[in-house]
Structure formats: C-alpha cells, structure tokens
Design a protein around this ligand. Structure first.
Ligand SMILES: Cc1cc2nc3c(=O)[nH]c(=O)nc-3n(C[C@H](O)[C@H](O)[C@H](O)COP(=O)(O)O)c2cc1C
Length: 193
C-alpha cells in the first residue's frame, strides 16, 4: 500500500503546527487509499548538515543521516506542514530536506502552510527546493490563515469549513501522483540494475 509521511516542519515550543499536523493526519486517516504517518522534525535527531560529501552522491557518513535516509526512503509521498518564518519556511525543514537526496527523488509532495497570509510565501520559497530534490509538488495546497483558521493567533486550531475540501483535493492529487511516480521509480531502478 502507498505510504505517505506527514512531515511537521515546525519545532518551536508552543508551535501552532502540532494542531495542524494532527488535523491533516486525522483527516488523511479517514481515507482508505494509503497509510499515513506523522514525522515530527522535533523528534528527529538531525544536527545542521555536517556530511563531507554532497548528499546527491548518496554516501552518507553520519549515523543520523543514514537513519534519516531510511525514514525518508520508506515513503512513497509526503505532506509537508510548514509555517511561514520571515517570508520563507523554517531552517529546520531546509536542513531535513538537504540532508538526503535520492530518497526524495521521483516522489510527490503536498503542501499545508499557515501564517498571517496563509503561509503562501513559505510555499513559494519551498517549491524550487522541492524541484531541486526531484520532488513533484502538487498544485492544490492548503493555506491556513492565522487570523481566521486559528483562535488567539495559534493557541488553538479551528480550520474553516472550506479547508476540509481543499485538503481532500490536495490528498487526491497527491495519491494519484504518488501512484504514477512509483512506476517511474520502478522503471528507473530496473534500468539501473
Ligand atoms: C521566526 C518567526 C518568523 C515569522 N515570520 C512570519 C512571516 O514572515 N509571515 C507570517 O505570516 N508569519 C510569520 N510568523 C508568525 C507565524 O506565522 C506564527 O507565529 C505561527 O504560529 C508560526 O508557526 P509555529 O507556531 O508552528 O512555529 C513568524 C513567526 C516566527 C516564530
């Protein structure tokens, strides 16, 4: 069965992102089309990148990089949940993306952002990074507004009714692209062997 990881890209104490990731996971698990799991970057022991060789070479030396490669490699697709920090996405998320390479390739990713303006600038900053990793970002995206989808600026998460159908549209596309890209990965590995 297709396996999708929901990656929570915010690690801050008191983060609003935990409620968002829980909502995505709960909604996704009501579907029968894939297995959905949460990866909380706050629980992944990844220091700032310290590999001597660029990750695209695939020669990871640090045990935590090897562990992260195994984790990332176990999934067919991803949902990234990201806040907007200074018109971009958090450094902890960039570090997690940069750390490995092949394990991201030829897979699909859906985006759930949040911020004062829905976190859309974080997503626009993220898309070229995903592209460099050969991750295919689906177009439907969930953009949650700190003023209307949260109470007390993040203290609690109360998504608007329309956000449920946007999430469904994003997950529908993510699943269809994840299925299609699995074929690409099999074809690529068959050619390589
Ligand atoms: C370092 C930092 C920078 C921020 N920069 C922005 C920003 O550029 N645009 C925005 O809409 N919100 C910004 N915010 C507000 C966040 O959208 C809001 O605090 C949100 O709760 C952050 O997600 P988190 O609670 O999961 O860390 C920023 C917050 C932090 C902590």
């Amino acid at each position: 069965m297709t396996k999708i990881a929901i990656i929570l890209g915010s690690t801050r104490t008191g983060r609003a992102g935990a409620g968002v990731a829980d909502w995505v996971l709960e909604q996704a698990r009501q579907r029968a089309d894939a297995e959905y799991e949460l990866i909380d970057l706050a629980e992944v022991d990844l220091p700032q990148i310290d590999e001597p060789i660029p990750p695209a070479a695939g020669r990871y030396t640090q045990p935590y990089t090897q562990q992260w490669a195994q984790t990332v490699g176990a999934y067919d697709g991803y949902v990234i949940v990201t806040p907007e920090y200074n018109h971009s996405f958090p450094g902890v998320l960039k570090n997690a993306l940069d750390r490995v390479y092949a394990e991201w390739n030829n897979k699909a990713v859906g985006l759930v952002s949040y911020g004062v303006d829905g976190g859309v600038r974080a997503v626009e900053a993220l898309r070229p990074v995903l592209s460099a990793l050969q991750l295919a970002g689906v177009s439907p995206q969930v953009a949650l507004n700190m003023r209307t989808d949260f109470a007390d600026f993040g203290a609690s998460f109360t998504p608007g009714e329309h956000q449920f159908s946007v999430l469904t549209a994003m997950l529908d596309r993510l699943l269809s692209w994840s299925t299609a890209l699995a074929e690409v990965r099999y074809a690529t590995s068959a050619t390589a062997s």
